[in-house]
Design a protein around this ligand. Sequence first.
Ligand code: 5GP
Ligand code: MG
Ligand code: MG
Length: 177
Amino acid sequence: MITIKDKTFVPFIPADAIQDRIQELAKQINQEYADKQPLIVVVLNGAFLFAADLVKHLTIPCEITFIRVASYQATESSGQVKEILGLSESLEGRDLIVVEDIVDTGLTLRQVCAQLREKAPASLSIATLLFKPTALKEALDLRYVGFEIENRFVLGYGLDYDGLGRNTQDVFVLSEE
Ligand code: 5GP
Ligand code: MG
Ligand code: MG
Protein backbone atom coordinates (compact mmCIF):
# COMPACT_ATOMS: atom_id res chain seq x y z
CA MET A 1 0.00 0.00 0.00
CA ILE A 2 1.26 3.50 -0.75
CA THR A 3 -0.11 6.90 0.14
CA ILE A 4 0.45 9.95 -2.03
CA LYS A 5 -0.92 13.22 -0.80
CA ASP A 6 -4.58 12.51 0.09
CA LYS A 7 -4.87 9.20 -1.78
CA THR A 8 -4.20 5.59 -0.91
CA PHE A 9 -3.19 3.06 -3.54
CA VAL A 10 -3.23 -0.72 -3.20
CA PRO A 11 -1.29 -3.35 -5.22
CA PHE A 12 -2.88 -4.15 -8.58
CA ILE A 13 -0.43 -5.69 -11.09
CA PRO A 14 2.74 -7.18 -9.59
CA ALA A 15 6.15 -6.55 -11.11
CA ASP A 16 6.71 -10.14 -12.22
CA ALA A 17 3.40 -10.23 -14.11
CA ILE A 18 4.34 -6.97 -15.85
CA GLN A 19 7.75 -8.31 -16.84
CA ASP A 20 6.31 -11.62 -18.12
CA ARG A 21 3.75 -9.82 -20.23
CA ILE A 22 6.35 -7.43 -21.63
CA GLN A 23 8.43 -10.39 -22.77
CA GLU A 24 5.40 -11.77 -24.62
CA LEU A 25 4.76 -8.42 -26.30
CA ALA A 26 8.42 -8.13 -27.32
CA LYS A 27 8.31 -11.62 -28.81
CA GLN A 28 5.29 -10.66 -30.87
CA ILE A 29 7.00 -7.47 -32.07
CA ASN A 30 10.18 -9.39 -32.92
CA GLN A 31 8.14 -11.73 -35.11
CA GLU A 32 5.97 -9.11 -36.77
CA TYR A 33 8.85 -6.72 -37.45
CA ALA A 34 11.42 -9.38 -38.31
CA ASP A 35 12.16 -7.83 -41.71
CA LYS A 36 11.75 -4.22 -40.61
CA GLN A 37 13.70 -1.64 -38.67
CA PRO A 38 11.03 0.16 -36.66
CA LEU A 39 11.25 3.54 -35.02
CA ILE A 40 9.97 3.21 -31.46
CA VAL A 41 8.20 6.45 -30.47
CA VAL A 42 7.97 6.59 -26.68
CA VAL A 43 5.35 8.93 -25.23
CA LEU A 44 6.86 10.56 -22.14
CA ASN A 45 6.63 10.66 -19.22
CA GLY A 46 4.37 7.74 -18.38
CA ALA A 47 5.78 5.17 -20.81
CA PHE A 48 9.42 5.51 -19.82
CA LEU A 49 9.70 2.34 -17.72
CA PHE A 50 7.50 0.23 -19.99
CA ALA A 51 9.49 1.31 -23.04
CA ALA A 52 12.83 0.68 -21.30
CA ASP A 53 11.84 -2.86 -20.34
CA LEU A 54 10.19 -3.58 -23.69
CA VAL A 55 13.13 -2.59 -25.87
CA LYS A 56 15.54 -4.72 -23.82
CA HIS A 57 13.74 -7.74 -25.23
CA LEU A 58 13.68 -6.58 -28.85
CA THR A 59 16.16 -8.48 -30.99
CA ILE A 60 15.34 -6.62 -34.22
CA PRO A 61 17.32 -3.52 -35.15
CA CYS A 62 15.33 -0.49 -34.03
CA GLU A 63 15.65 3.20 -33.31
CA ILE A 64 14.14 4.77 -30.22
CA THR A 65 12.89 8.33 -29.90
CA PHE A 66 10.90 10.22 -27.27
CA ILE A 67 8.00 12.62 -27.55
CA ARG A 68 6.01 14.50 -24.96
CA VAL A 69 2.34 15.43 -24.79
CA ALA A 70 0.02 16.20 -21.89
CA SER A 71 -3.72 15.74 -21.53
CA TYR A 72 -4.36 14.59 -18.01
CA GLN A 73 -5.05 16.61 -14.85
CA ALA A 74 -5.01 14.75 -11.52
CA THR A 75 -7.43 11.81 -11.73
CA GLU A 76 -9.75 13.08 -14.44
CA SER A 77 -9.06 13.34 -18.16
CA SER A 78 -9.20 16.91 -19.41
CA GLY A 79 -9.43 15.76 -23.00
CA GLN A 80 -6.96 18.42 -24.02
CA VAL A 81 -3.85 17.52 -25.94
CA LYS A 82 -0.88 19.76 -26.45
CA GLU A 83 1.39 19.73 -29.42
CA ILE A 84 3.90 16.90 -29.86
CA LEU A 85 7.29 18.00 -28.56
CA GLY A 86 10.69 16.53 -29.20
CA LEU A 87 10.32 14.91 -32.57
CA SER A 88 13.34 15.75 -34.67
CA GLU A 89 13.75 12.79 -37.01
CA SER A 90 12.02 12.31 -40.36
CA LEU A 91 9.18 9.78 -40.17
CA GLU A 92 8.75 9.42 -43.91
CA GLY A 93 8.62 5.77 -44.90
CA ARG A 94 9.36 4.60 -41.35
CA ASP A 95 7.57 1.84 -39.48
CA LEU A 96 6.49 3.45 -36.24
CA ILE A 97 5.62 1.73 -32.99
CA VAL A 98 4.09 4.26 -30.61
CA VAL A 99 4.64 3.22 -26.99
CA GLU A 100 2.15 4.49 -24.38
CA ASP A 101 1.62 3.79 -20.70
CA ILE A 102 -2.17 3.69 -20.74
CA VAL A 103 -5.07 4.28 -23.08
CA ASP A 104 -8.07 5.70 -21.26
CA THR A 105 -10.38 7.81 -23.45
CA GLY A 106 -7.97 7.35 -26.34
CA LEU A 107 -8.08 11.07 -27.10
CA THR A 108 -4.37 11.52 -26.53
CA LEU A 109 -3.31 8.72 -28.82
CA ARG A 110 -5.81 9.59 -31.50
CA GLN A 111 -4.41 13.11 -31.75
CA VAL A 112 -0.81 11.97 -31.47
CA CYS A 113 -1.29 9.35 -34.17
CA ALA A 114 -3.04 11.83 -36.47
CA GLN A 115 -0.08 14.19 -36.15
CA LEU A 116 2.42 11.40 -36.73
CA ARG A 117 0.52 10.14 -39.80
CA GLU A 118 0.83 13.60 -41.36
CA LYS A 119 4.56 12.92 -41.56
CA ALA A 120 4.00 10.01 -43.97
CA PRO A 121 5.30 6.96 -42.09
CA ALA A 122 5.06 3.60 -43.91
CA SER A 123 3.13 2.14 -40.98
CA LEU A 124 2.08 2.95 -37.43
CA SER A 125 1.18 0.55 -34.66
CA ILE A 126 0.51 1.13 -30.98
CA ALA A 127 1.89 -0.64 -27.93
CA THR A 128 0.30 0.26 -24.62
CA LEU A 129 0.98 -1.31 -21.25
CA LEU A 130 -2.56 -0.71 -19.99
CA PHE A 131 -5.92 -0.29 -21.65
CA LYS A 132 -9.24 0.68 -20.11
CA PRO A 133 -11.74 -0.66 -22.67
CA THR A 134 -14.82 0.72 -20.96
CA ALA A 135 -13.47 4.23 -21.17
CA LEU A 136 -12.45 4.20 -24.82
CA LYS A 137 -14.18 7.01 -26.66
CA GLU A 138 -12.10 6.95 -29.79
CA ALA A 139 -11.66 3.95 -32.05
CA LEU A 140 -8.01 3.00 -32.05
CA ASP A 141 -6.21 0.00 -33.41
CA LEU A 142 -4.22 -1.12 -30.38
CA ARG A 143 -1.94 -3.84 -31.69
CA TYR A 144 0.03 -4.59 -28.52
CA VAL A 145 -1.80 -4.37 -25.20
CA GLY A 146 -0.20 -5.44 -21.95
CA PHE A 147 -3.26 -5.58 -19.72
CA GLU A 148 -6.91 -4.66 -20.12
CA ILE A 149 -8.04 -3.13 -16.85
CA GLU A 150 -11.25 -1.83 -15.37
CA ASN A 151 -11.96 1.89 -15.36
CA ARG A 152 -10.10 2.82 -12.16
CA PHE A 153 -7.21 5.19 -11.56
CA VAL A 154 -3.88 3.39 -11.50
CA LEU A 155 -0.40 4.49 -10.51
CA GLY A 156 3.18 3.29 -10.59
CA TYR A 157 5.57 1.74 -13.09
CA GLY A 158 5.71 5.07 -14.91
CA LEU A 159 2.20 6.32 -14.16
CA ASP A 160 1.82 9.26 -11.79
CA TYR A 161 -0.61 10.94 -9.48
CA ASP A 162 0.15 14.65 -9.63
CA GLY A 163 3.71 13.94 -10.72
CA LEU A 164 4.41 11.43 -7.96
CA GLY A 165 4.51 7.65 -7.76
CA ARG A 166 6.09 6.80 -11.12
CA ASN A 167 9.05 5.02 -9.53
CA THR A 168 7.59 1.67 -8.54
CA GLN A 169 8.00 -1.81 -9.96
CA ASP A 170 4.33 -2.72 -9.47
CA VAL A 171 1.18 -1.02 -10.68
CA PHE A 172 -1.17 0.17 -7.92
CA VAL A 173 -4.84 1.16 -8.01
CA LEU A 174 -6.67 3.89 -6.11
CA SER A 175 -8.25 2.35 -3.05
CA GLU A 176 -12.03 2.42 -3.07
CA GLU A 177 -12.29 2.96 0.67
P1 5GP B 1 -6.54 9.40 -22.62
O1 5GP B 1 -6.26 10.52 -23.57
O2 5GP B 1 -6.46 8.04 -23.29
O3 5GP B 1 -7.81 9.60 -21.89
O4 5GP B 1 -5.47 9.47 -21.48
C1 5GP B 1 -4.17 9.24 -21.76
C2 5GP B 1 -3.23 9.68 -20.68
O5 5GP B 1 -3.90 9.96 -19.44
C3 5GP B 1 -2.30 8.55 -20.38
O6 5GP B 1 -1.22 8.54 -21.25
C4 5GP B 1 -1.94 8.83 -18.93
O7 5GP B 1 -0.89 9.74 -18.89
C5 5GP B 1 -3.18 9.45 -18.36
N1 5GP B 1 -4.02 8.44 -17.66
C6 5GP B 1 -5.16 7.85 -18.09
N2 5GP B 1 -5.64 6.99 -17.18
C7 5GP B 1 -4.78 7.03 -16.14
C8 5GP B 1 -4.73 6.34 -14.89
O8 5GP B 1 -5.55 5.49 -14.51
N3 5GP B 1 -3.66 6.64 -14.09
C9 5GP B 1 -2.71 7.56 -14.43
N4 5GP B 1 -1.74 7.76 -13.56
N5 5GP B 1 -2.74 8.21 -15.60
C10 5GP B 1 -3.76 7.96 -16.44
MG1 MG C 1 0.74 8.40 -21.52
MG1 MG D 1 -0.02 11.75 -15.71
